[in-house]
Design a protein around this ligand. Structure first.
Ligand code: UDP
Length: 245
């Protein structure tokens, strides 16, 4: 693997719900730009939130660096061509959303009819099959590995191990700023150059739940549930993290 510190951005390859991907002059690297786009409910609710791309890029970058220091391989390579973007390793994405939970919230409460805020004994772990047309249904490990063959047994084992460690690292990171990590979603891929399993996508307030000691949300629930000014909430989160560094 090469030690890269700068690449040149090429053509736009893909525009996702919240991120835009560009080619670079290195065949194994991409540039990932966090945009101000926000969506919920499988894209049914959409908006643009001023400042969100900056917040998500800064927070996700800080966390991915921390994960690397803790032995979790990630796609992060270096800063990108602007403050919304980063250079990442090109990976073949595994179509699984891996959800870790410390406290009951969101769909978990609805599904099992339990109150929001129940603290779990330990981190719980769920998998869903990433397919918008099917509504990202939950999937068992054996169905993913043997039924659909979308992930190898070995990668599944590593995914569980990494996700547990990611959860612990992120929980400690946010605790320092007085925030509780409630739950989170991560995605993995296989590095196109090395064949290694790596953490991809992002870890941001779009993909996790964060509560302060009063129970206020600093994440996408503010948008999902119309709890307040989304732009101000994301900016406040960035301030909390940067001011306490
Ligand atoms: N999540 C996500 N993308 C998804 C589904 C969930 O980033 O497509 C995150 C979500 O923000 C939360 C966690 O995963 O932090 C658990 O989400 P949940 O299953 O409760 O679904 P939700 O209630 O958000 O629909």
């Amino acid at each position: 693997m090469q030690n890269v510190t700068k690449v040149t951005r090429g053509e736009k390859l893909y525009e996702g719900k919240a991120n835009t991907i560009y080619a670079t002059d290195n065949e194994f690297l991409l540039e990932l730009e966090s945009t101000n786009r926000i969506s919920a409910g499988n894209g049914e609710k959409r908006d643009v939130v001023e400042g969100k791309g900056l917040t998500n890029n800064a927070i996700s970058t800080a966390l991915f660096k921390l994960f690397e220091q803790n032995g979790i391989p990630t796609h992060y390579v270096c800063e990108g061509s602007n403050e919304f973007s980063k250079v990442v390793r090109k990976a073949k994405m595994i179509p699984l959303e891996v959800i870790g939970r410390f406290i009951a919230a969101g769909s978990f409460c609805k599904r099992y009819n339990i109150p929001t805020g129940k603290v779990f004994k330990d981190m719980t772990f769920e998998l869903s099959y990433k397919d918008d047309s099917l509504g990202d249904p939950f999937i068992s490990e054996t169905a993913a590995a043997y039924g659909l063959e979308i992930v190898s047994e070995e990668s599944l084992y590593d995914i569980e191990y990494y996700t547990y460690n990611i959860g612990m690292c992120a929980q400690n990171f946010f605790k320092e700023f007085g925030l509780t990590l409630v739950d989170f979603k991560v995605e993995f891929g296989i590095d196109c150059e090395t064949g290694e399993l790596i953490l991809c996508d992002e870890f941001s307030p779009d993909t996790c739940r964060l509560w302060d000691k009063y129970g206020n949300s600093y994440d996408k629930d503010v948008f999902r549930k119309d709890l307040g000014n989304v732009s101000e909430t994301y900016k406040a989160l960035l301030n909390i993290v940067q001011e306490n560094k």
